[in-house]
Design a protein around this ligand. Structure first.
Ligand SMILES: Cc1cc2nc3c(=O)[nH]c(=O)nc-3n(C[C@H](O)[C@H](O)[C@H](O)COP(=O)(O)OP(=O)(O)OC[C@H]3O[C@@H](n4cnc5c(N)ncnc54)[C@H](O)[C@@H]3O)c2cc1C
Length: 496
């Protein structure tokens, strides 16, 4: 039985802890904050409950596998709610597209109804291409350890697969190839932001993101998505995983092999360390031993060359009454989507002046008292970077930007000013201080760059028995991928 220390109780850390405990290891999770879940946060006020992180669950099969392999089925722990209409998209010209929760055919039909012409057929062709991409990448890439650019080379041996992935193409260029209607290009662009990226730079293979949503479904969890974290935390406890909260790991010790971690409460010996903390924190702050520093210099250099993913500006709003014509997930697109990506990834970073606004308005009696609504509003935002970009710790910026976002909703036909009974905001700087993610980056490194997926920090490090798990490492961020990352690490470590 190995003594495993997991640094961080985010979903990646919890999923890995559960799998390792089920394999017979002695697992100790050390978490800097007072609670589990990391970015899977929660807010509440007077009976209103808000998810402050993930609000959409896709690819539930990953969590079904996790729960089954660690004891009992997922459905015995949480109530997965499928949504008839998953998304209401409103475009700058006022067109509304109501996208069903599952089914490529049904989604194509909705697209045809909204945009007419050849749009439905074009969407089906695009999804067909995405299905080929999914088949080509799922097992050899997403479910396997990353071996840097050698992983790209190994994929390139299968020429048919390589052709379908289109490694030299961006998501934007793929969308332009398939669609005549620019609104469909805008729709596809949005999926690049699910990895915190710019569609003009992110690889075409991200077409798998809408494919996954439409084929495997878009889900809510009754009571809020954080309930998934609660279920996983409870699963860990039932397997004997120990938790230490309010304890920050300050260094990972040993030279070529890990021996212990130092924490704000003292040293903890470890045969194996699994770091769920952001990879850049691990490589730039937690490894201080000269031998470890030397061994990891290549990984550190590679990480420095990656573009960090975007962050988010969050508004939590309690509202009196019921808003007509809203679905569970609602997106309002601006006229010039590129301006958003320029603001976030361009040289002069600034809060986006005309952002895409996302509102999650759960029709869930556990989340809003009768006759009221609990809105989670999310706008993509540049990272917190007081030295070279935006200083999100500035309270007047926070208040002004929140008022600005409410004003944008008004211009798009949703005037809620008079109905707000309570509100609160979370900025990229709050996300940084709550989760330790530098700048509040949501997904670690972005997918900007054709080879970006192969240059993410690997789960295996150059230090023996030190592994990385979670959204800042391979295969990436988002609830399904962090749990896939945990599975890869648990398999690499093996049985006790
Ligand atoms: C606003 C927002 C919306 C999102 N929406 C979605 C969505 O709809 N669907 C979806 O699938 N995903 C979504 N995501 C992404 C998803 O939340 C993340 O990819 C995922 O939760 C990351 O999990 P993780 O375990 O990798 O990292 P984290 O959640 O960041 O966990 C890392 C943990 O490590 C701890 N830690 C850090 N440093 C130390 C240290 N030195 N010592 C001890 N502990 C430490 C942190 O406190 C934290 O608990 C969203 C994220 C945000 C912020």
């Amino acid at each position: 039985m190995a003594n495993v220390v997991v640094i961080g109780a985010g979903m990646g850390g919890l999923a890995c802890a559960a799998r390792l405990a089920a394999k017979g290891h002695d697992v100790n999770v050390i978490e800097q904050s007072h609670t589990w879940g990391g970015k899977l946060g929660i807010g509440s006020h007077g009976g209103h409950v808000f998810d402050t992180g993930p609000s959409l669950v896709t690819l539930p099969a990953v969590y079904r596998d996790l729960f089954l392999k660690t004891g009992r089925p997922l459905e015995e722990s949480v109530n997965l709610v499928d949504l008839d209409i998953a998304f209401r998209y409103q475009f700058a010209d006022g067109t509304v597209l109501k996208m069903p929760g599952v089914g490529v055919g049904a989604c194509a039909q909705a697209i045809g109804d909204a945009f007419g012409g050849k749009s439905a057929e074009q969407w089906k062709s695009f999804m067909h291409r995405a299905s080929q991409m999914w088949s080509a990448t799922r097992v050899p890439f997403l479910e396997s350890p990353l071996n840097g650019l050698s992983s790209l080379l190994s994929l390139s041996y299968r020429l048919k697969d390589l052709k379908s992935i289109a490694p030299g193409r961006t998501l934007r260029s793929l969308a332009n190839h398939y669609f005549d209607d620019p609104r469909l290009v805008t729709l596809v662009d949005r999926y690049a932001t699910y990895t915190g990226s710019d569609p003009r730079k992110a690889p075409a293979a991200l077409a798998t993101v809408p494919y996954i949503e439409q084929v495997f479904g878009a889900y809510h969890i009754a009571g809020g998505v954080r309930e998934l974290g609660r279920a996983l935390f409870e699963r860990c406890e039932s397997l004997g995983v120990r938790f230490t909260f309010d304890s920050s790991v300050t260094s990972i010790n040993g030279g070529a092999t890990v021996t212990s971690v130092s924490t704000s409460r003292g040293d903890v010996p470890a045969h194996i360390v699994v770091a769920n903390a952001d990879a850049s924190l691990v490589y730039n702050s937690l490894l201080t031993n000269p031998i470890s520093m030397d061994l990891t210099s290549r990984a550190r250099k590679q990480l420095a060359g990656n573009t960090p993913s975007l962050s988010g500006f969050v508004g939590l709003i309690a509202l009196r009454g019921h808003t007509s014509d809203l679905e569970h997930h609602n997106v309002w697109f601006p006229a010039h989507y590129d301006a958003e990506f320029d603001s976030i990834f361009g040289k002069t970073k600034m809060p986006v002046s005309d952002p895409t606004v996302y509102v999650c308005n759960p029709r869930d009696s556990q989340m809003a008292p009768e006759g009221s609504e609990s809105w989670f509003v999310l706008v993509n935002a540049p990272r917190h970077d007081p030295d070279h970009g935006v200083d999100w710790s500035n309270n007047s910026l926070r208040d002004d930007y929140f008022a600005h976002v409410i004003g944008i909703l008004k211009t798009r036909g949703f005037d809620i000013d008079e109905r707000i009974t309570w509100s609160s905001t979370l900025t990229p700087s709050d996300l940084e201080s709550r989760t330790g993610a530098p700048g509040g980056s949501i997904y670690g490194s972005s997918s900007n760059g054709m080879r970006s997926a192969f240059l993410r920090p690997s789960n295996v490090t150059a230090i023996k028995n030190l592994y990385l798990v979670g959204g800042s490492s391979h295969p990436g961020g988002g609830l399904p991928l962090v749990a896939m990352s945990a599975n890869i690490v648990a398999q690499l470590i093996g049985r006790a």
